[in-house]
Design a protein around this ligand. Structure first.
Ligand code: GLY
Length: 282
Protein backbone atom coordinates (compact mmCIF):
# COMPACT_ATOMS: atom_id res chain seq x y z
CA UNK A 1 0.00 0.00 0.00
CA UNK A 2 1.64 3.24 -1.18
CA UNK A 3 -0.94 5.69 0.11
CA UNK A 4 0.41 9.17 0.62
CA UNK A 5 -0.65 12.77 1.03
CA UNK A 6 1.33 15.94 0.53
CA UNK A 7 0.09 19.49 1.13
CA UNK A 8 1.50 22.98 0.66
CA UNK A 9 0.72 26.35 2.17
CA UNK A 10 1.87 28.55 -0.69
CA UNK A 11 5.14 29.85 -2.07
CA UNK A 12 6.41 33.17 -0.83
CA UNK A 13 8.57 34.91 1.71
CA UNK A 14 7.42 34.88 5.34
CA UNK A 15 8.96 35.53 8.74
CA UNK A 16 10.35 32.60 10.76
CA UNK A 17 7.49 32.78 13.30
CA UNK A 18 4.89 32.92 10.58
CA UNK A 19 6.54 30.03 8.76
CA UNK A 20 6.29 27.87 11.87
CA UNK A 21 2.56 28.64 12.18
CA UNK A 22 2.07 27.78 8.54
CA UNK A 23 3.92 24.51 8.94
CA UNK A 24 1.61 23.65 11.83
CA UNK A 25 -1.35 24.50 9.60
CA UNK A 26 0.01 22.27 6.83
CA UNK A 27 0.49 19.47 9.33
CA UNK A 28 -3.15 19.71 10.45
CA UNK A 29 -4.28 19.64 6.82
CA UNK A 30 -2.10 16.65 5.95
CA UNK A 31 -3.41 14.83 9.03
CA UNK A 32 -7.01 15.44 7.91
CA UNK A 33 -6.29 14.04 4.45
CA UNK A 34 -4.31 11.15 5.86
CA UNK A 35 -7.19 10.18 8.16
CA UNK A 36 -9.44 9.88 5.10
CA UNK A 37 -6.90 7.66 3.30
CA UNK A 38 -6.28 5.48 6.35
CA UNK A 39 -10.02 4.80 6.64
CA UNK A 40 -10.00 3.54 3.06
CA UNK A 41 -11.29 6.82 1.59
CA UNK A 42 -10.45 7.96 -1.92
CA UNK A 43 -7.70 10.34 -2.99
CA UNK A 44 -10.29 12.91 -4.11
CA UNK A 45 -11.91 12.96 -0.66
CA UNK A 46 -8.48 13.21 0.96
CA UNK A 47 -7.30 16.24 -1.03
CA UNK A 48 -10.64 17.96 -0.51
CA UNK A 49 -10.46 17.39 3.26
CA UNK A 50 -6.87 18.68 3.42
CA UNK A 51 -7.55 21.81 1.37
CA UNK A 52 -10.73 22.62 3.34
CA UNK A 53 -8.64 22.69 6.54
CA UNK A 54 -6.25 25.18 4.93
CA UNK A 55 -9.16 27.27 3.62
CA UNK A 56 -10.53 27.52 7.16
CA UNK A 57 -7.17 28.67 8.55
CA UNK A 58 -6.91 32.49 8.20
CA UNK A 59 -3.12 32.26 7.90
CA UNK A 60 -3.43 31.02 4.35
CA UNK A 61 -4.47 32.80 1.18
CA UNK A 62 -7.53 30.66 0.49
CA UNK A 63 -11.12 30.70 1.75
CA UNK A 64 -11.09 32.68 5.00
CA UNK A 65 -7.98 34.89 4.94
CA UNK A 66 -7.88 35.28 1.17
CA UNK A 67 -6.07 38.27 -0.24
CA UNK A 68 -8.05 41.29 -1.41
CA UNK A 69 -8.55 42.53 -4.93
CA UNK A 70 -8.25 46.15 -6.03
CA UNK A 71 -11.73 46.89 -4.70
CA UNK A 72 -10.96 45.36 -1.29
CA UNK A 73 -13.02 42.25 -1.96
CA UNK A 74 -12.22 38.56 -1.80
CA UNK A 75 -12.58 36.59 -5.04
CA UNK A 76 -11.42 33.00 -4.88
CA UNK A 77 -10.38 30.27 -7.34
CA UNK A 78 -10.22 26.51 -6.68
CA UNK A 79 -9.90 23.23 -8.57
CA UNK A 80 -9.98 19.51 -7.89
CA UNK A 81 -9.03 16.68 -10.24
CA UNK A 82 -9.45 12.91 -10.07
CA UNK A 83 -6.44 11.30 -11.74
CA UNK A 84 -8.21 7.96 -12.15
CA UNK A 85 -11.04 9.32 -14.31
CA UNK A 86 -9.62 12.67 -15.51
CA UNK A 87 -12.76 14.27 -14.12
CA UNK A 88 -12.20 17.78 -12.80
CA UNK A 89 -14.17 20.62 -11.24
CA UNK A 90 -13.18 24.23 -10.74
CA UNK A 91 -14.54 27.62 -9.76
CA UNK A 92 -13.12 31.04 -10.55
CA UNK A 93 -13.62 34.57 -9.23
CA UNK A 94 -16.26 33.52 -6.69
CA UNK A 95 -17.16 35.65 -3.66
CA UNK A 96 -18.93 34.52 -0.53
CA UNK A 97 -17.96 30.86 -0.56
CA UNK A 98 -16.26 29.75 2.64
CA UNK A 99 -14.85 26.57 1.12
CA UNK A 100 -14.39 27.01 -2.64
CA UNK A 101 -12.85 23.52 -2.88
CA UNK A 102 -16.23 22.03 -1.87
CA UNK A 103 -17.91 23.98 -4.64
CA UNK A 104 -15.26 22.84 -7.14
CA UNK A 105 -15.95 19.24 -6.09
CA UNK A 106 -19.66 19.79 -6.66
CA UNK A 107 -18.94 21.14 -10.15
CA UNK A 108 -16.98 17.95 -10.84
CA UNK A 109 -19.59 15.57 -9.43
CA UNK A 110 -22.89 17.29 -10.20
CA UNK A 111 -22.52 19.34 -13.37
CA UNK A 112 -21.68 18.78 -17.04
CA UNK A 113 -18.90 21.35 -16.81
CA UNK A 114 -15.38 21.72 -15.49
CA UNK A 115 -15.15 25.43 -14.65
CA UNK A 116 -17.86 27.80 -13.39
CA UNK A 117 -17.10 31.45 -12.70
CA UNK A 118 -18.42 34.39 -10.70
CA UNK A 119 -22.20 34.85 -10.41
CA UNK A 120 -22.97 31.61 -12.26
CA UNK A 121 -20.83 29.67 -9.82
CA UNK A 122 -22.63 31.30 -6.89
CA UNK A 123 -26.02 30.45 -8.33
CA UNK A 124 -24.88 26.85 -8.75
CA UNK A 125 -23.68 26.84 -5.12
CA UNK A 126 -27.10 27.92 -3.90
CA UNK A 127 -28.81 25.26 -6.04
CA UNK A 128 -26.47 22.63 -4.59
CA UNK A 129 -27.00 23.68 -0.98
CA UNK A 130 -23.38 24.82 -0.55
CA UNK A 131 -23.03 27.39 2.23
CA UNK A 132 -22.92 30.95 0.89
CA UNK A 133 -21.78 33.69 3.28
CA UNK A 134 -21.36 37.45 3.26
CA UNK A 135 -18.05 37.97 1.39
CA UNK A 136 -16.95 40.34 4.19
CA UNK A 137 -16.80 37.35 6.57
CA UNK A 138 -13.82 36.03 4.58
CA UNK A 139 -11.77 39.17 5.16
CA UNK A 140 -9.45 38.97 8.18
CA UNK A 141 -7.92 42.10 9.75
CA UNK A 142 -4.35 41.30 8.64
CA UNK A 143 -5.40 41.43 5.00
CA UNK A 144 -6.99 44.84 5.40
CA UNK A 145 -3.65 46.40 6.29
CA UNK A 146 -1.51 44.34 3.98
CA UNK A 147 0.00 45.97 0.93
CA UNK A 148 2.13 43.19 -0.43
CA UNK A 149 1.44 39.59 -1.16
CA UNK A 150 3.52 37.52 1.21
CA UNK A 151 2.01 34.12 0.91
CA UNK A 152 0.23 32.05 -1.68
CA UNK A 153 -2.18 29.46 -2.62
CA UNK A 154 -2.80 26.16 -0.78
CA UNK A 155 -2.96 22.69 -2.25
CA UNK A 156 -2.86 18.95 -1.73
CA UNK A 157 -2.06 15.81 -3.72
CA UNK A 158 -2.91 12.27 -2.61
CA UNK A 159 -2.58 8.63 -3.58
CA UNK A 160 -5.16 6.25 -2.11
CA UNK A 161 -4.98 2.55 -1.28
CA UNK A 162 -6.46 1.69 -4.72
CA UNK A 163 -3.62 3.54 -6.46
CA UNK A 164 -5.76 6.52 -7.49
CA UNK A 165 -4.19 9.97 -7.55
CA UNK A 166 -5.91 13.34 -7.04
CA UNK A 167 -4.96 17.00 -6.78
CA UNK A 168 -6.69 20.04 -5.29
CA UNK A 169 -5.72 23.71 -5.11
CA UNK A 170 -7.44 26.79 -3.65
CA UNK A 171 -6.49 30.46 -3.57
CA UNK A 172 -7.52 34.04 -3.05
CA UNK A 173 -5.24 34.89 -5.98
CA UNK A 174 -2.79 37.78 -5.94
CA UNK A 175 -3.07 40.96 -3.90
CA UNK A 176 -4.54 44.00 -5.65
CA UNK A 177 -5.71 41.96 -8.65
CA UNK A 178 -8.35 43.41 -10.93
CA UNK A 179 -11.87 42.21 -10.19
CA UNK A 180 -12.55 39.20 -12.39
CA UNK A 181 -8.90 38.19 -12.66
CA UNK A 182 -8.51 34.40 -12.74
CA UNK A 183 -5.16 32.79 -11.97
CA UNK A 184 -3.62 29.40 -12.65
CA UNK A 185 -5.32 27.53 -9.80
CA UNK A 186 -8.67 26.64 -11.45
CA UNK A 187 -7.13 26.07 -14.90
CA UNK A 188 -6.58 22.35 -15.37
CA UNK A 189 -3.00 21.64 -16.42
CA UNK A 190 -1.78 25.02 -15.16
CA UNK A 191 -2.15 25.17 -11.35
CA UNK A 192 -3.80 21.79 -10.84
CA UNK A 193 -3.51 18.44 -12.62
CA UNK A 194 -3.86 14.72 -11.94
CA UNK A 195 -3.85 11.61 -14.10
CA UNK A 196 -2.82 7.97 -13.61
CA UNK A 197 0.88 8.88 -13.48
CA UNK A 198 0.99 11.91 -11.25
CA UNK A 199 -0.82 14.63 -9.33
CA UNK A 200 0.39 18.23 -9.03
CA UNK A 201 -0.64 21.41 -7.19
CA UNK A 202 1.15 24.67 -7.98
CA UNK A 203 1.58 28.00 -6.22
CA UNK A 204 3.18 31.25 -7.23
CA UNK A 205 2.70 33.86 -9.93
CA UNK A 206 -0.42 32.70 -11.72
CA UNK A 207 0.09 34.42 -15.05
CA UNK A 208 3.52 32.80 -15.46
CA UNK A 209 2.24 29.41 -14.32
CA UNK A 210 -0.51 29.63 -16.96
CA UNK A 211 2.02 30.56 -19.70
CA UNK A 212 4.04 27.44 -18.93
CA UNK A 213 1.20 25.01 -18.09
CA UNK A 214 3.34 24.10 -15.11
CA UNK A 215 1.28 21.27 -13.57
CA UNK A 216 0.89 19.31 -16.82
CA UNK A 217 4.54 19.97 -17.71
CA UNK A 218 5.61 18.38 -14.43
CA UNK A 219 3.52 15.25 -15.14
CA UNK A 220 5.00 15.13 -18.65
CA UNK A 221 8.40 14.68 -17.01
CA UNK A 222 7.05 11.61 -15.19
CA UNK A 223 6.06 10.20 -18.60
CA UNK A 224 9.69 10.62 -19.65
CA UNK A 225 10.81 8.37 -16.79
CA UNK A 226 11.62 10.76 -13.96
CA UNK A 227 10.29 10.14 -10.47
CA UNK A 228 8.35 12.83 -8.58
CA UNK A 229 11.32 14.38 -6.72
CA UNK A 230 13.33 14.78 -9.95
CA UNK A 231 10.32 15.92 -11.99
CA UNK A 232 9.42 18.61 -9.46
CA UNK A 233 12.95 20.04 -9.45
CA UNK A 234 13.24 19.98 -13.24
CA UNK A 235 9.78 21.46 -13.81
CA UNK A 236 10.64 24.42 -11.58
CA UNK A 237 14.03 24.81 -13.28
CA UNK A 238 12.34 24.93 -16.70
CA UNK A 239 9.75 27.38 -15.31
CA UNK A 240 12.48 29.73 -14.07
CA UNK A 241 14.43 29.44 -17.33
CA UNK A 242 11.33 30.44 -19.28
CA UNK A 243 9.87 33.12 -17.00
CA UNK A 244 12.44 34.18 -14.34
CA UNK A 245 9.41 34.14 -12.08
CA UNK A 246 8.33 32.73 -8.72
CA UNK A 247 6.51 29.46 -8.22
CA UNK A 248 6.47 26.26 -6.24
CA UNK A 249 4.80 22.91 -6.69
CA UNK A 250 4.12 19.66 -4.92
CA UNK A 251 3.62 16.36 -6.69
CA UNK A 252 3.13 12.63 -6.19
CA UNK A 253 3.84 9.91 -8.71
CA UNK A 254 1.88 6.64 -8.94
CA UNK A 255 4.28 4.95 -6.52
CA UNK A 256 3.65 7.59 -3.87
CA UNK A 257 7.04 9.25 -4.23
CA UNK A 258 6.87 12.88 -3.18
CA UNK A 259 8.32 15.83 -5.06
CA UNK A 260 8.35 19.48 -4.10
CA UNK A 261 10.36 22.38 -5.42
CA UNK A 262 10.24 26.18 -5.40
CA UNK A 263 11.92 29.22 -6.86
CA UNK A 264 10.80 31.28 -3.85
CA UNK A 265 12.49 31.50 -0.45
CA UNK A 266 9.77 29.47 1.27
CA UNK A 267 7.21 26.79 0.53
CA UNK A 268 5.75 25.15 3.65
CA UNK A 269 5.07 21.51 2.87
CA UNK A 270 3.88 18.55 4.94
CA UNK A 271 3.50 14.95 3.80
CA UNK A 272 2.53 11.60 5.30
CA UNK A 273 3.02 8.09 3.95
CA UNK A 274 1.43 4.70 4.63
CA UNK A 275 4.03 3.72 7.23
CA UNK A 276 3.43 6.95 9.16
CA UNK A 277 6.54 8.76 7.91
CA UNK A 278 6.11 12.51 8.28
CA UNK A 279 7.79 14.82 5.77
CA UNK A 280 8.05 18.49 6.62
CA UNK A 281 9.85 21.22 4.70
CA UNK A 282 9.79 24.97 4.49
N1 GLY B 1 -1.08 31.04 -7.96
C1 GLY B 1 -2.19 31.77 -7.52
C2 GLY B 1 -2.56 32.86 -8.39
O1 GLY B 1 -1.73 33.47 -9.05
O2 GLY B 1 -3.72 33.16 -8.45
Amino acid sequence: MHLAILVHGGAGEVSAASLEDRQRGCHAAAAAGYAVLKQGGGAVDAVQAAVAVLEDNPLFNAGTGSTLNREGRVETDAAIMDGATLKAGAVAAVSGIRNPIRLARRVMDSSRHILLAAEGALRFARQQGIEVCDPRELVVPGQRTRWEREHGTVGAVALDSHGRLAAATSTGGIFDKLPGRVGDTPLIGCGTYADARGAVSCTGHGEDIIRTTLARSAVHLLEQGLDAPAAAELAIRHFVDMTHSEAGLIMLDHQGRMGYARSTTHLPVCGMTADGTLISAA
